[in-house]
Design a protein around this ligand. Sequence first.
Ligand code: TRP
Length: 356
Amino acid sequence: MTGTFKPLVFSGVQPTGNLHLGNYLGAIRKFVALQQDNDCIYCVVDLHAITAQLVHDDMRSQIRSIAAAFIASGIDPRKHIVFNQSAVPQHAELAWVFNCVARIGWMERMTQFKDKAGGRNAEQVSLGLLAYPSLMAADILVYRATHVPVGDDQKQHLELARDIAQKFNIDFKEHIRATGKGIDIVVGEEPVHAYFPMIEPLIGGPAPRVMSLRDGTKKMSKSDASDLSRINLLDDADTVAKKIRKAKTDPDALPSEVEGLKGRPEADNLVGIYAALADKTKADVLADFGGRQFSVFKPALVELAVEVLAPVGAEMRRLLGDTSHIDAILRDGGERARARAEVTMNEVRDIVGFLR
Ligand code: TRP
């Protein structure tokens, strides 16, 4: 008899750099939507933050501001779990087991790793950066989570997490049976006795990719040298207005059909941002603004962006004004996460054969 794993949503955000509109529309809004019908765990991944850069001067405030952004955006930390990764040592413990399940070649093939560590940079990057996807797999699987909302740049890491889960299930097949904690699932056509579920990535949504306001072919990024390229969640209304007014465009009016956005990356991006903020499709937006100049569209976008983002920014500032509240939420989330992670870790210790 085959079964299914109980659905559980997990995702993580690194506490590095300010959150911007791309993070908000591409990730956080999805997190908020998913909490209506799912049990959700949202994690500030501070252990991941030290893989690329070891020493951070403001990590604690970065951790609090991601948590504040989650809560200000509408995530309910009582019904769900919001915590920081280092508060639950089981993540690192399972990651160690996964380091021994995964193969070095799998890690070396990751494009994100190759981009950062390509060629002669290998001496310059940490071993943690190579093992990063193994920790990411552990983040998810230490709760046996099934659904993971992420940006499309994380798709390859999730495929690797599936490979780790699958190899663990196969390598430890007999041990899993002996504990009685596995379930029979079907992977592709194959029936497998599984301890870890096959993770489903949740990629896409209304604005999977928000591009730079200065260059519609580049992703909006916290590391772009120009602050005008992005809208930060903590920007005030005047700054949001200024950045949108200065956003790069082309001289033409907006098209009436989505087709007409082809080859016009900046127009496409601004229409996409409007659509995502308004919970509409690009076609809806163009039905209203087709034939209009940017001199008409931009003020409308400013108004909408301020209407949606100002309350989030204001609530973040309020929450960050008194760190004891946010710290209490993270502490409570950490305790609940730890209790759940420990159930899995005990079973993993039994499966692997450690004596406890
Ligand atoms: N690697 C992700 C990113 O940079 C963050 C992350 C860490 C994550 N662990 C995760 C995302 C687990 C989803 C699930 O965006």
